[in-house]
Design a protein around this ligand. Structure first.
Ligand code: FES
Length: 101
């Protein structure tokens, strides 16, 4: 891991102190497709569930899907509305993944 990666590796799951690189690595190496599988692999998402929107985004990006932002927000809104995590989601949301046809 490069120094810049370490500096930008954000703790995504505050409940279990799991950083983005750990979550992405688990998703990629084990080809995980659900939040439950990610929780089983690295514990991320096993607490308050407010990080689920970001875990879903990472799964989505790994699978090269492009679930619309509105769908992810609607799906997870009740989990994240009190945690301030939506700002982090919007910062990470990338629209460069080709749209599903
Ligand atoms: S922040 Fe991930 S479960 Fe609470």
């Amino acid at each position: 891991m490069k120094k810049t990666d370490i500096e930008t590796d954000e703790t995504i799951c505050q409940c279990y102190q799991v950083c983005e690189s750990t979550i992405r690595s688990c998703i990629e190496s084990k080809n995980l497709k659900t939040i439950e599988e990610v929780t089983e692999a690295c514990e991320a998402g096993g607490g308050c569930h407010s990080c689920h929107i970001l875990i879903d985004l990472f799964i989505d990006e790994h699978q090269k899907k492009s679930t619309p932002m509105e769908t992810l927000v609607t799906t997870h809104f009740n989990k994240v509305k009190k945690r301030g995590i939506l700002g982090r989601f919007f910062k990470k949301f990338k629209s460069d993944v080709p749209a599903n046809k």
